[in-house]
Each structure stands twice: as structure tokens, then as C-alpha cells.
Design a protein around this ligand. Structure first.
Ligand SMILES: [Zn+2]
Length: 269
């Protein structure tokens, strides 16, 4: 079982220090997908404030970022999902600072890549939730994990931009990095990150085993797998569960363990 974290309704419009040099401001876009809202991080650097994931295009949030950030050194996106990057154009107005991101979906001035260094942070390319996702690791072991690892929920992996094989690989690689604190894109900080990542991986391996058991029993339609794996699921959550099962099937296909045929999925093991 994965033990998820909760937190109380945050104060809006103010930046709260999480650890020295890093403040968090929670955007007012709460939802089933975003928990209390998107976490915007304000990071002290010798050149000013690095704004990570400025979030949705909400005028009050943008005004609060401007007020709290002071001198801005740059704007960085952990990934291209709209709840993280939508405010970048509005925030850029009147600011002559670079935008940093990996990949081409965000209009970045500086393209980041695996291993890049930035104000004492190192870029880790962590595809899976989406292919252009990065985490950032500070020398003291603080990691910004975006939507790759969040304490309040597991990440959604929706093909084709999301990829379960990549996601599980990107989880495993975090265990090779010395970090004692994860600061995610939504929800509270994770203070025992490696144990949490191991629990997430175990959860995904368990789900994969359930999908393989369906194939072994000749259950090859995604809807039938969802009905068997999630017997008590609310109807409105069925499409998400179906996407999740499909993501696992695509991983199994990549691993040479499953194959799509005209009548549904079959085991290739
Ligand atoms: Zn998000």
C-alpha cells in the first residue's frame, strides 16, 4: 500500500518558506487532478529568484508571484502540462529573463537536457508522466519532482505522451540519487522520498502483475480488465482506469510480454 499525504487548505497569494532559499506559493486551481492547486516555487539564486512552474494563468496568482519574487532570474517549467506553464506568457511581460524547459512544447529560451546545471541545481530528465518532464536536484539533496513524484497521489500516465515503461524507469533512477526531501508540483513535501518511491514502484509492479494475470486467463479487452482489476470503481473513474491499464499493456508490449491483436490483447510471454 502506498501511504499518501494530505495537507490543509493552503493560504493563497503568499509564498511560504519550505527550506532555506525555497518558498512555495499554491495557485488557486484546486481539482481532482491538481489537489490544492499547482505549487509554484520561488528559489533564491545569486542572480535573483528562479520561478519554477508559475502555474495557471490566474491574474491574482501572477500578481502574487511578481510581488513575492522581487528580482527575477528566470522562469523554469518541470514539464509542459497547462497547469504548470499557462501563466508564462503573462508573467514574462515586462521581464527580460530566460525561460528554461526541456523539449519543444514550452517556448523556452534555454533548452534544458539531462545533466544540465543551473544555479546549483542539476537537471534529471524523468519522462513517464509526460516525455518532457524534468526533476531538479540541489547539491544539498533537495529535489523538485514536479508531477513525477507527488505525495498526495500517484501520477497519471496517459499514452502517447505518457509512457509507463519510461515512468517506472524514471522512478527507479531516483533511487540512485541522494535526496532527503522531494518538493512536488502539487501537495506537501515528501520527507522520506526513497521509501515512498519504492512503494510507488511496488504498486505499479503489482498492477502490472494483475494485467499479466488477465492476459494469462484470456481476458484481452481493456474494459474487461478494468472490471476485474478495479471491481468497485465509480463509473466516472472508468476512463482513467482504462488509460492506466492501456499504459501498462503498452509497457508489456515494449517488454515483449504482450501483443495487440484484432480481438484484444494477448500474452506474448
Ligand atoms: Zn500538474
Amino acid at each position: 500500500m502506498v501511504q499518501f499525504l494530505t495537507e490543509d487548505e493552503p493560504q493563497r497569494g503568499v509564498a511560504v518558506e519550505i527550506v532555506p532559499g525555497i518558498r512555495r506559493m499554491v495557485a488557486d486551481n484546486p481539482s481532482k487532478m491538481t489537489y490544492r492547486g499547482t505549487n509554484t516555487y520561488l528559489i533564491d539564486t545569486p542572480d535573483g529568484t528562479l520561478i519554477v512552474d508559475p502555474g495557471p494563468d490566474l491574474p491574482a496568482h501572477i500578481a502574487a508571484i511578481r510581488a513575492e519574487a522581487g528580482r527575477v532570474a528566470g522562469i523554469l517549467a518541470t514539464h509542459s502540462h497547462v497547469d504548470h506553464v499557462q501563466s508564462i506568457p503573462a508573467l514574462q511581460v515586462g521581464l527580460d529573463v530566460p525561460v528554461y524547459a526541456l523539449g519543444s512544447r514550452v517556448a523556452a529560451d534555454i533548452a534544458l537536457a539531462e545533466g544540465a546545471g543551473l544555479h546549483g541545481w542539476r537537471v534529471l530528465h524523468t519522462p513517464g508522466h509526460i516525455d518532457d518532464h524534468i526533476c531538479l536536484l540541489r547539491e544539498d539533496g533537495v529535489m523538485l519532482t514536479g508531477d513525477h513524484v507527488m505525495g498526495w497521489s500517484s501520477s497519471v500516465v496517459i499514452p502517447p505522451e505518457g509512457d509507463m515503461a519510461d515512468y517506472m524507469g524514471s522512478l527507479s533512477r531516483l533511487l540512485d540519487e541522494n535526496s532527503g526531501l522531494y518538493l512536488p508540483g502539487h501537495g506537501p513535501a515528501i520527507t522520506e522520498p526513497h521509501g515512498y518511491v519504492r512503494a510507488l514502484l511496488a504498486h505499479r509492479h503489482g498492477r502490472e502483475a494483475e494485467v499479466r494475470a488477465c492476459l494469462a486467463d484470456g481476458v484481452g479487452a481493456v474494459e474487461a480488465m478494468v472490471a476485474r482489476i478495479y471491481p468497485d470503481l465509480a463509473p466516472q473513474l472508468m476512463p482513467m482506469a482504462a488509460r492506466n491499464v492501456t499504459a501498462h499493456l503498452l509497457k508489456l508490449a515494449k517488454d515483449g510480454l504482450a501483443r495487440a491483436e484484432s480481438g484484444g490483447w494477448v500474452s506474448a510471454a
